[in-house]
Design a protein around this ligand. Structure first.
Ligand SMILES: Cc1cc2nc3c(=O)[nH]c(=O)nc-3n(C[C@H](O)[C@H](O)[C@H](O)COP(=O)(O)OP(=O)(O)OC[C@H]3O[C@@H](n4cnc5c(N)ncnc54)[C@H](O)[C@@H]3O)c2cc1C
Length: 325
């Protein structure tokens, strides 16, 4: 693919060279997302140390290019023209636990345990590992295919819990300020329903979670139940989970509104409203992200016209510019 704006080629080259060996030019972002559509990152950085993150901060400062944290891409739609900036994945940063384990210190407290977890840890794997180790209270996260960092940013949740309920604090590297790693308490993260105050230049590199010691067997049984429920109620394939936030949490669901006006199966190009779950929008292999965005906009407009509810999409749109946000 050509650069997002060919005029910026020199800027992208400069940013990549300032970052050094952990940067690559023109890397497809689709394989980093569950939608598996969209264009290239002008620069993709895979930091392996905090010094690499400092180099990203220096490159951002010198070039003014935007930064995009890429977790497991399960809540992200990348534009067909790609992302004209520095995309950063934390997957290669050393894990917090010994031997590459995704969780490290487990500290006993009067209420339970506090566990330190890597920002790149996958929620489903972490939920299973913790439960098998006799640490409970994170089973709800097994069906959410994101990373810990992305889950903090989105305040991910389900099955009666969310990140806000289990977070103690997050260690955040602010790329914009170049200020190094800061520990931010849960109450200062601006966590709200499926959103947070974590900025685009803030990288969550690790968190501490408040959980409990418990028996592995019932926790693993709960995990199996949740996985069964998800298989029964949610489609597989290329999607990013629920697209719209429920307009009145606990009372009016986005899915029921979309369903009520008969939009299941509505298709534009190679993207369509899932037949199985009306708040999921699916993409076919080789779809254009423009098709997915067109379905999102169509659904939003139709629901507003017919029900009066203006749905808010929780999907992070990347590279679409003002019109797509
Ligand atoms: C099948 C399916 C089911 C889902 N079910 C649920 C559900 O039940 N509940 C729910 O809440 N969500 C659900 N989701 C959505 C998604 O999994 C969550 O929002 C998840 O927390 C996103 O994490 P991620 O690492 O994939 O983030 P990404 O998609 O990579 O990024 C999302 C946002 O977080 C930012 N980000 C990513 N990593 C970091 C980091 N380390 N530091 C700072 N910012 C970061 C990105 O820049 C972006 O703004 C589902 C998705 C799918 C595909």
């Amino acid at each position: 693919m050509a650069d997002v704006t060919s005029d910026d080629t020199g800027l992208f080259d400069r940013a990549a060279s300032l970052v050094g060996g952990s940067a690559q030019r023109n890397v497809p972002l689709a394989p980093f997302t569950t939608y598996r559509v969209g264009g290239h990152a002008a620069v993709l950085v895979r930091p392996t140390s905090f010094a690499d993150l400092a180099a990203v901060a220096a490159a951002r400062e010198a070039t003014g290019l935007p930064v995009l944290a890429v977790g497991r891409g399960s809540n992200m739609l990348v534009a067909d023209r790609g992302f004209a900036g520095l995309a950063v994945t934390l997957a290669d940063l050393p894990a917090v636990g010994a031997g590459g384990e995704m969780f490290g210190d487990v500290e006993d407290t009067s209420h339970g345990v506090v566990v330190t977890v890597s920002g790149a840890a996958s929620l489903p794997s972490l939920a299973r590992r913790l439960a098998s180790s006799g640490i409970v209270g994170f089973e709800w996260a097994v069906g959410i295919p994101g990373s810990i960092g992305g889950a903090v940013k989105m305040n991910a949740g389900g099955h009666g819990s969310d990140m806000a309920a289990v977070l103690v604090d997050a260690t955040v590297v602010s790329i914009a300020s170049g200020a190094g790693a800061l520990v931010v308490a849960r109450d200062d993260l601006g966590l709200a329903f499926r959103s947070s105050g974590v900025g685009d230049d803030d990288l969550v590199v690790s968190v501490r979670l408040a959980l409990r010691r418990g028996e592995p067997a019932p926790a693993l049984e709960r995990i199996s139940e949740i996985v069964r429920w998800r298989r029964e109620h949610q489609p597989g394939g290329q999607n990013c989970g629920s697209v719209f936030v429920n307009p009145v949490p606990g009372e009016v669901s986005a899915g029921s509104l979309i369903d009520a006006i008969g939009l299941r199966g509505t298709r534009i190009g190679d993207a369509w409203v899932s037949e199985k779950h009306a708040n999921f929008i699916q993409a076919a292999p080789h779809a254009r992200s423009a098709d997915v965005l067109a379905v999102i906009e169509h659904v939003r407009a139709a629901v507003a016209a017919e029900t009066g509810y203006v749905l808010r999409s929780e999907v992070r749109l990347v590279g679409f510019g003002e019109d797509g946000r």
